[in-house]
Structures are given as C-alpha cells and as structure tokens.
Design a protein around this ligand. Structure first.
Ligand code: IPE
Ligand code: IPE
Ligand code: MG
Length: 239
C-alpha cells in the first residue's frame, strides 16, 4: 500500500515550548527517520510519500526556508547508507529548477545509490505542488494522446504517468491508499490531489514532532478497519 503523510505542526510544536520554529523542524526530521524505518519494517507498506516542502512554503521567511533546505540536505547525506541497508529506495518529487545545483546533485546521487531498494520506496516531496504537476502534465500532453481504445481507468493511469514525469518521479505515480496529516488541520494543502482520488484520509491532532511508530501503526490499523468502496457497494451488500 501507498501511505502519504503531510508532516505538519513543527512550528507550533516549537512555539508552544518557547523555542524557535527551526527547533520544531529539527525535531521533525528525527521523526522522519523513525517513521521511514517503521514503514520499511511493515510488510503492508511499499510506498511512503512525505510532504517535506511545498511550493507555497517558499513564501516563508528566508531563514526558515534555509533551515528546511539544510535539514533536507543533511537528511539525504546521513540517511543514504541506512536506506541502502534497509532496502529503501529514495526518490524526490517536485520541481528541481529552484533548488541549488549542489542539492540537485545530491538528489541524483541519492536516487542512484538507493535505486536497487526493494522493501520500500520513499518519496520526498520538495518544492512540490499537485496543481502545478497536473498543469505541467496537461501542457506537456497537448500533442500526446492516450490510445483510442483505452477505457477511463487506463486513461487515468496514462495521465498519472505524465504527472509522475512532471514531478521528476522515477516510478509511475501510484494511487494513495492512506493519507495522514498531523498537526490538527483538515486540508490537503496542494498535496497529491490526483493520486488521492480514493485515498482514506486520517487527520491526527498530534504535531509531527510528537508523532511516532505507535501512531503510525495505529493509523494503519484504522485504515484496515475502513471499508473502501470506490463508488461500488461493499461485498456484503452486492453479494
Ligand atoms: C510542517 O510544519 C513543515 C513544513 C511545512 C515544512 P509547519 O512549519 O507548517 O508547522 P506549523 O503548521 O506552522 O505548526
Ligand atoms: C503543508 O503544510 C506543507 C508541508 C507539510 C510540507 P503547510 O503548513 O504549508 O500548509 P498550510 O499552510 O497549513 O495549508
Ligand atoms: Mg503548517
């Protein structure tokens, strides 16, 4: 299954403790490590997409943007060996043209070094906007059409591949099964709008720095208690 997480609430977590917002981002980065390891251990999860930096986050004060970019850079450097060891393939989705050259090099190195990972694909969304991805895919496919014979599902899969390409994803886009947002807000904030068409949504009040393996396992348990219908009827009703 594909789990996606909007890791929200770092700033408020820090402010509540009288700390700088950057302290919340540092604490949040430690939680990322733990949740990635929990996902890699869990046989049910084969893809984990984490919202690390949205295209709208560029509007934050430059010091905060720099902190976030530095933490991202540090995360990639420090995690690559462990990712290889744990069979985690790392991919970055989003725009790359506004990231520094050295960061783009690091992204490419990380993707290459972890390309053989089979247990879990970890997607980190950086300078990511779902609407921008959909729009760029639409513009790029103006002269490129799905096969005439394709049905609606096949056309959607065809377009999902174009969206994935528009975000520099290595693999095709895959539908999100479970979307978790920490931090108490109940909105998508321009994350995976296409891929979440039938996702189960779970909003948790805890801030991201307080989230942990137990919360992650509880979310997976909640997902398994839900009945997904995809517009049809549950088996018990349809016989
Ligand atoms: C999420 O935490 C991290 C990013 C958006 C990069 P926030 O920084 O949005 O924290 P709050 O929502 O202000 O508490
Ligand atoms: C979404 O959180 C982006 C990330 C978690 C990276 P935001 O804090 O930016 O979203 P809004 O502003 O509350 O919608
Ligand atoms: Mg926020």
């Amino acid at each position: 299954m594909h789990v996606a997480i909007i890791m929200d609430g770092n700033g408020r977590w820090a402010q509540k403790r009288g700390l700088e917002r950057s302290a919340g981002h540092r604490a949040g980065a430690r939680v990322v490590r733990r949740i990635v390891e929990a996902a890699a251990r869990d046989e049910r999860v084969d893809m984990l997409t984490l919202y690390a930096f949205s295209s709208d986050n560029w509007s934050r004060p430059s010091a905060e943007v720099e902190t976030l970019m530095r933490l991202f850079n540090r995360y990639l450097r420090s995690e690559v060996a462990r990712a290889v060891e744990n069979g985690v393939r790392i991919e970055i989705i989003g725009r790359r043209d506004r990231l520094g050259d050295s960061l783009v090099d690091l992204i490419e190195q990380t993707e290459n070094m972890t390309a053989a990972g089979q247990r879990l694909t970890l997607r980190l969304a950086v300078d990511y906007s779902a609407r921008d991805a959909i729009l760029r895919a639409a513009l790029a496919t103006a002269d490129d059409q799905p096969p005439e014979s394709a049905d609606r599902t096949q056309r959607a899969e065809w377009f999902a591949q174009r969206i994935a390409a528009a975000t520099n994803a290595v693999d095709d886009g895959s539908c999100v099964d479970l979307l978790i947002r920490t931090g108490g807000e109940k909105r998508l904030s321009d994350f995976l709008l296409w891929e979440c068409a039938y996702a189960e949504l779970l909003f948790v009040d805890e801030s991201w720095p307080d989230f942990d393996e137990q919360g992650f396992e509880a979310a997976l348990g909640e997902f398994q208690r839900r009945t997904r219908r995809f517009g049809g009827l549950p088996d018990a009703v349809s016989g």
